[in-house]
Design a binder for this molecule. Structure first.
Ligand SMILES: CCCCCCCC/C=C\CCCCCCCC(=O)SCCNC(=O)CCNC(=O)[C@H](O)C(C)(C)COP(=O)(O)OP(=O)(O)OC[C@H]1O[C@@H](n2cnc3c(N)ncnc32)[C@H](O)[C@@H]1OP(=O)(O)O
Ligand SMILES: Cc1cc2nc3c(=O)[nH]c(=O)nc-3n(C[C@H](O)[C@H](O)[C@H](O)COP(=O)(O)OP(=O)(O)OC[C@H]3O[C@@H](n4cnc5c(N)ncnc54)[C@H](O)[C@@H]3O)c2cc1C
Length: 662
């Protein structure tokens, strides 16, 4: 496969000719610096030079089994290619490259993320020494087995038991009911020979809640399932069907005492329990994965945007002015309104993902020295951002698909696959509504703490009961973000008032919570988006001193669009709390339309700067050269139905129907 950049069509040439900023500089900003761009490109080049990593035939044309095998072939090839060239799988994860290539489900993705992260984050020193080298070298292959048929969300409700037998110094793992069957874990069905398993710890007849255990599932030579274990694949899903999401049951299966992850809580040989410093430390892998998902969601959204925006510059349809040539569909304001706010969202999410990663790194460092105080803040931020990022990526990719009209529905556009893969992100790693309710809990708690005079952590400090009044003019970026903050404060105050009112009228706090939960989810969503606006404004203003004016202008426009769009979406709340008036909203709407037209001019160049090569976009509509129709036509020729002029189905069914006397 060559890396030669093809000549592009006239439409795209013209679009690119209008670029007023330095694309490379914007690419560097998105990657996190020139060094990271360079590293990403080195990995990409190496992958592009490994033809085995690319499909000759679309997975859509393969049987379920072949599809899985083909994906496994590519996944293993990817790992060995990285290793041989001196990179780690972590390099592929952090630059996103490897995942894109194999993103029909990559059966090793759970191993290189949650399995390894659990080993690193939950092991005591001996366990780390034993398991990490084996896992890093793929001597053992694992997944994260938590969810059961009966419970995904409610981790405390899991039914799998791990009962300590002090006579043999073993845990007995058991699935007491059908609903205790582990269900969903990626790569559990056929790939993994190990799993980290979440199970209820029982000591001397007492339950100590969910704990994590390292469990071998299959023989390391024959790959056969071990006695006492039933494991298999769960069948086709909406997307990612090249993975082997699996089920798992235990029948009084014994594992050594030393297989309970013991970094945070311990069980002694005589069956005594040692408590962790914080009861939710065993949820750490989930928190870490949520942080990763924010990046992942923004990447997938960006792929869809590149495809849809390039296509919109190539596609001509209808007459804007009677008799004139058909315009590029990107010239329609409605098309700009579909796509450009999502382009702004992508940038907003990318900057927020980076800010979240910093909080994660800071909190993890604190945990190392026993500091637990940042944990609730990290939990709230990672939950909120995971939920907003996946919600917006799913909505955005679907809008990109719709914006491509009929051809967006073609598998060869790659939009269906991007959509179905990221659609799972709303559900996995904490269902979004549930995560928002966790954020809401933090908001209400913070709001109440503030009324009692306590100082609030940084992400919620704007909720304090008597905030300083905003001095920024309303129409400035800062002024509008302050208005959004005032809106959230009003919403949270209102939620708190309604909760209190229900409790005062005799409802239990839990019933009151449920009765306010629609509003509480809206509070959490609004709070997270306010945080995102803040991160975006902050990032752009910090970059201001270091980047060229062209790039700064583009970023400023995208940031402005994000804020204006958000104000319009929240108009009802902002009017109710008096943060804006009707006149301001009218001028904001007008400004947004104006900004759409401005951003449209460089839209193709902006998505070019995201710098995702054709081989990773895998789209007939989104390729660099814009040669859309030829590619669609060529892809269609690969359909197995086109191998012969007359299919078997004709002789078997159509012909008899035509000959029948009906
Ligand atoms: C792959 C490539 C690698 C790249 C990596 C990144 C990219 C990846 C991208 C794509 C690849 C695909 C990968 C797919 C992977 C999917 C995998 C899975 O899905 S694994 C299953 C996930 N399962 C859940 O997430 C369950 C969700 N449920 C929960 O987390 C809990 O049950 C929860 C939080 C809803 C409730 O937990 P409670 O019942 O124990 O706690 P309560 O009673 O509600 O709260 C008690 C206190 O604990 C705090 N708390 C709860 N969780 C916390 C936490 N994690 N940290 C700190 N505090 C926490 C709360 O805030 C609360 O605090 P106060 O009392 O208000 O002060
Ligand atoms: C593609 C995919 C991959 C996955 N990979 C893994 C994996 O590797 N390992 C693993 O362990 N798991 C995995 N999962 C499982 C996943 O983590 C769970 O599906 C997820 O946590 C949601 O739980 P649930 O399915 O029980 O949904 P439920 O909790 O049953 O949700 C159903 C509905 O109930 C609502 N609901 C539930 N609780 C509440 C509440 N307290 N308040 C208000 N509403 C509520 C939800 O909002 C939702 O609308 C995967 C799932 C998918 C789809």
């Amino acid at each position: 496969m060559s890396v030669v950049v093809p000549e592009c069509c006239d439409d795209l040439k013209r679009e690119r000719g209008r670029c007023l900023f330095n694309k490379e500089e914007l690419t560097n900003i998105l990657d996190g610096g020139p060094k990271l761009t360079e590293k990403r490109r080195r990995i990409e080049k190496m992958l592009i030079n490994t033809p085995e990593l690319f499909d000759d035939v679309s997975p859509d044309y393969l049987s379920h089994e072949d599809r899985y095998s083909n994906e496994l072939r590519k996944a293993t090839q990817l790992m060995t290619t990285l290793e041989k060239n001196g990179f780690t799988y972590n390099d592929a994860v952090t630059t996103g490259t490897g995942l894109w290539l194999l993103m029909d489900g990559n059966p090793l993705s759970l191993h290189i993320s949650m399995f390894l992260d659990t080993i690193k984050g939950q092991s005591n020193p001996q366990q780390l020494q034993e398991w990490l080298p084996l896992a890093e070298k793929f001597k053992i292959i694992g997944t994260y087995a938590q969810t059961e048929l009966g419970h995904g969300t409610f981790v405390r409700g899991l039914e799998t038991t791990a009962t300590y037998d002090s006579t043999t110094k073993e845990f007995v793992l058991h699935s007491p009911t059908i609903t205790a069957t582990k269900w969903w874990p990626g790569a559990l069905g056929k790939t993994s020979n190990h799993a980290v398993v979440m199970a209820q710890l029982y000591l001397g007849g007492k339950c100590y809640g969910p704990h994590i255990f390292m469990v071998q599932l299959r023989d390391l030579e024959t790959h056969r399932t071990l006695p006492g274990i039933v494991v298999g694949e769960i069948g086709p899903r909406l997307g990612m069907n090249s993975n082997d999401n699996g089920f798992l049951q235990f029948n009084h299966h014994r594992i050594p005492l030393t297989n309970m992850f013991m970094k945070h809580s311990q069980v002694t040989e005589d069956g005594k329990y040692v408590k962790p410093l914080h009861s939710k430390l065993s949820y750490g892998t989930m928190v870490q994965t949520r942080v990763g998902i924010v990046y992942h969601a923004s990447r997938e959204l960006s792929r869809a945007l590149i495809i849809a925006i390039r296509y919109s510059a190539v596609r001509h349809q209808s007459e804007m002015v009677p008799g004139d040539p058909e315009p590029q569909i990107l010239d329609y304001q409605t098309q700009q309104y579909k796509l450009l706010p999502h382009l702004a969202s992508f940038f907003a999410l990318r900057f927020s993902a980076r800010a979240l990663l910093e909080v994660f790194i800071g909190t993890s460092a604190g945990l190392g020295s026993g500091k637990m105080n940042m944990l609730p803040e990290l939990h709230a931020l990672s939950s909120g951002l995971k939920a907003v990022a996946t919600n917006d990526a799913v909505k955005g990719t679907d809008i990109c698909r719709l914006a491509c009209g009929g051809h967006g529905y073609l598998s060869s556009s790659n939009l269906p696959r991007i959509y179905t893969a990221i659609a799972a992100g709303i559900t996995y790693e904490g269902e979004n509504t549930v995560l928002f309710l966790q954020v809401a809990r933090y908001l209400i708690k913070s709001f109440r703490a503030s009324s009692q005079g306590q100082t609030l952590p940084f992400s919620v400090s704007y909720l304090r009961v008597q905030p300083p009044s905003s001095h920024a003019p309303l129409m400035s970026d800062r002024g509008l973000v302050d208005a959004l903050g005032a809106g959230v404060r009003w919403m949270v105050g209102e939620a708190e008032r309604r909760l209190q009112q229900l409790v005062d009228s005799g409802h239990s706090p839990h019933a009151a919570w449920n009765a306010c939960s629609v509003h509480l989810v809206q509070c959490a969503d609004a709070h997270t988006r306010y945080y995102i606006c803040e991160q975006f404004v902050d990032a752009v203003s910090k970059l201001g001193e270091t980047v060229s004016s062209g790039v700064h202008e583009v970023l400023r426009q995208l940031c402005r669009l994000y804020i204006l769009h958000r104000v319009i979406q929240t108009a009802g709340i902002l009017l109710r709390c008096g943060a804006v008036d009707g006149k301001a909203l009218t001028s904001i709407e007008e400004e947004e339309c104006h900004l759409l037209a401005t951003l449209r001019i460089q839209a193709v160049s902006i998505v070019d700067a995201i710098d995702i090569k054709d081989v990773f976009l895998k789209s007939t509509l989104g390729a660099w050269d814009g040669n859309v129709y030829q590619r669609i036509y060529e892809e269609a020729q690969k359909s197995p139905l086109n191998k012969s002029d007359v299919t078997q189905g004709y002789y078997q069914y159509l012909r008899p129907l035509m000959k029948a006397n009906l």
